[in-house]
Write a protein that binds this ligand. Structure first.
Ligand SMILES: Cc1cc2nc3c(=O)[nH]c(=O)nc-3n(C[C@H](O)[C@H](O)[C@H](O)COP(=O)(O)OP(=O)(O)OC[C@H]3O[C@@H](n4cnc5c(N)ncnc54)[C@H](O)[C@@H]3O)c2cc1C
Length: 386
């Protein structure tokens, strides 16, 4: 009988395992992960962005904690020697609003600065002067968060997983196929190998597979696998100083090496567990949007396209975290990250560790992001920005 079985060893499962060990050294934690290469895990497909530009205080606080972790990375991992290089690039994040939603941007900016985000308000002339590469004629003002940036997801996961293992967490190469339940408790898991494990607590961190398992535990989730394409382009000119830019058309672009990483999120894309081919999406949608926003990019070379899944929460686009008190006591979900999971993984792991070890949140209170809002049908969305 283990103390905790964590289902899925991506950034969320591995951060949870590490934070459990930090909260209670010696706790018996086993992580079940079928693919140690993480070939299809969302973590390895992420762009690596870390931003404080949210509107819900929980998301802002989680990102602020991640920035602390990044700045104190070796110490977080419990290492005195060098930690895996995160390739942290603090070029900032730039959110640009269309003119008609300036009021929302203003309200969000007020929330962000009140919570200690060192964000800068840029009126249109300032925006145009600061970032002359951008087409600004169709834009309203923008908010720049200069201390945000992006990191290497592979190094982030590798460091976290290795630190968990060094502290005694076991990783089992296997897949959970079934849960056993008794009343309001999950009692065990059956694995593809035929093995069965029992534990006091279970964490469902299986990424896009999480809803299927949660449903077995009696916690159906409004979360779907939403395919996403990301592109790497070689671009003429020097864009290395640009921040991570999100524009009103849904374009997300940042420097990558001597080129750019670019994506255009289509939140209306139908759910699919497969990753459909790009089928001209870059040529017909992404490139025109990019060439419009950065006119120098009407000539570029597409080098690579990669695809992954968002575990998209169709209720409100925010994570669903924790158990369901009174209904499902010892099964803790961590799902619905909707494109923010990498940047929030250290705090999500800490929150789950607090719930499991202490029975309540001790640092960031994530009650509003809990499961109860699903049966209550009470969305808790970000305002204006996704
Ligand atoms: C293109 C793209 C860009 C993104 N950009 C960003 C970004 O800039 N910033 C950001 O914060 N987030 C970003 N994200 C989102 C981020 O990648 C995810 O939110 C995050 O990786 C989710 O981590 P996870 O551990 O929950 O899932 P995963 O990384 O998918 O890990 C889940 C693991 O569970 C395992 N598993 C599945 N089924 C089972 C089972 N039955 N038993 C045991 N294990 C199982 C899988 O093998 C997998 O390794 C992006 C995502 C994509 C696709």
């Amino acid at each position: 009988m283990h103390d905790v079985v964590v289902i899925g060893g991506g950034c969320i499962g591995s951060a949870t395992a590490l934070q459990l060990q930090r909260a209670q050294p010696g706790i018996d934690v086993v992580v079940i992960e079928p693919d140690p290469t993480y070939a299809t895990a969302a973590t390895m497909r992420a762009t690596g962005g870390v931003r404080q530009l949210f509107t819900r205080q929980e998301n802002i606080a989680l990102s602020q904690y991640t920035l602390d972790v990044i700045h104190d990375w070796a110490c977080f991992l419990g290492l005195s020697e060098e930690a895996p290089d995160l390739d942290w690039t603090p070029n900032g994040y730039l959110f640009i609003a269309p003119r008609e939603t300036t009021k929302t941007l203003e309200q969000n900016y007020a929330v962000q600065t009140s919570l200690g985000v060192a964000a800068e308000w840029l009126d249109l002339p300032e925006l145009a002067a600061r970032f002359p590469q951008l087409e600004t004629n169709d834009l309203g003002p923008a908010v720049l968060s200069p201390h945000d940036g992006w990191l290497d997801p592979h190094a982030f996961l590798k460091g976290t997983r290795q630190a968990a293992q060094r502290r005694g967490v076991a990783y089992l190469t296997d897949r959970v196929t079934e849960l056993s339940t008794a009343g309001p408790r999950v009692t065990g898991v059956t694995l593809a190998s035929g093995k069965a494990l029992t534990a006091d607590s279970f964490v469902d961190a299986a990424g896009v597979a999480a809803p299927k398992l949660a449903a077995q535990a009696g916690m159906p989730l409004p979360v779907e696998p939403m395919p996403r394409h990301e592109h790497y382009v070689d671009a003429p000119g020097d864009y290395t100083e640009l921040p991570f830019i999100k524009d009103p058309d849904g374009l997300a672009v940042r420097p990558e090496g001597s080129g750019l990483a670019v994506g255009l999120v289509d939140f209306d894309r139908p759910a699919s567990v497969d990753l459909p081919a790009d089928h001209g999406y870059f040529d017909h949608h992404v490139w025109p949007a990019l060439a419009h926003r950065i006119p120098g990019l009407d000539s570029l070379r597409l080098r690579r396209t990669w695809s992954g899944h968002y575990d998209q929460n169709r209720l409100d686009g925010n994570m669903i975290i924790g158990n369901w008190p009174g209904h499902v006591e010892n099964f803790f979900v961590a799902s619905g990250f909707s494109g923010h999971g990498l940047m929030h993984s250290p705090g999500v792991g800490r929150a789950l560790a607090e719930l499991i070890v202490h029975g309540k949140y001790r640092t960031i209170d994530l009650t509003a992001m809990g499961y109860q809002r699903v049966p209550d049908d009470k969305p808790y969305p970000e305002l204006g920005v996704r």
